[in-house]
Ligand binder design. Structure first.
Ligand SMILES: [Zn+2]
Length: 137
């Protein structure tokens, strides 16, 4: 059985993102007019207002911009201490995730991490969650 996680925020655009994770494809919306990536997904580009986009396969690499460790539990599925990172993906957009196979004491600004997958389960069903870990294990 997949790991229970907090309920995902869901709309028709998020649903498309999560459907790609079913086949472990990390895809973000990219504006077809100006090329800006959108995250979180939505109906229009916040730069040029175009509603045209494609789901672009991401390389799955990024650099740590920042991180924080929660010392209080906000979700029973994520008991404290729980660390969250914000990455700048190689393609430019910022992405929040949590680190795997590395402790918070070993994180540093600019450190490169790469995509891993872990499982998840919520009221919308089973899914794969993108997480990030060291380039080499
Ligand atoms: Zn645009």
């Amino acid at each position: 059985m997949a790991t229970p996680r907090p309920i995902r925020s869901m709309d028709p655009y998020a649903e498309q993102f999560w459907s790609y994770t079913q086949i472990k494809e990390f895809r973000l919306q990219k504006c077809s007019e100006c090329g800006k990536f959108r995250w979180p997904p939505g109906p229009t580009c916040d730069r040029c207002l175009s509603d045209e986009f494609e789901w672009t396969l991401m390389a799955g690499r990024g650099k740590i911009l920042s991180w924080t460790t929660f010392h209080r539990s906000y979700f029973p599925e994520y008991p404290a201490p729980h660390t969250t990172i914000v990455l700048e993906l190689d393609e430019g957009p910022l992405f929040a995730a949590y680190p795997v196979k590395i402790g918070p004491e070993d994180l540093s600004e600019g450190m490169e991490l790469s995509l891993r997958w872990t499982d998840g389960l919520d009221e919308f069903g089973d899914y794969n969650l993108p997480v990030f870990g060291p380039l080499t294990e």
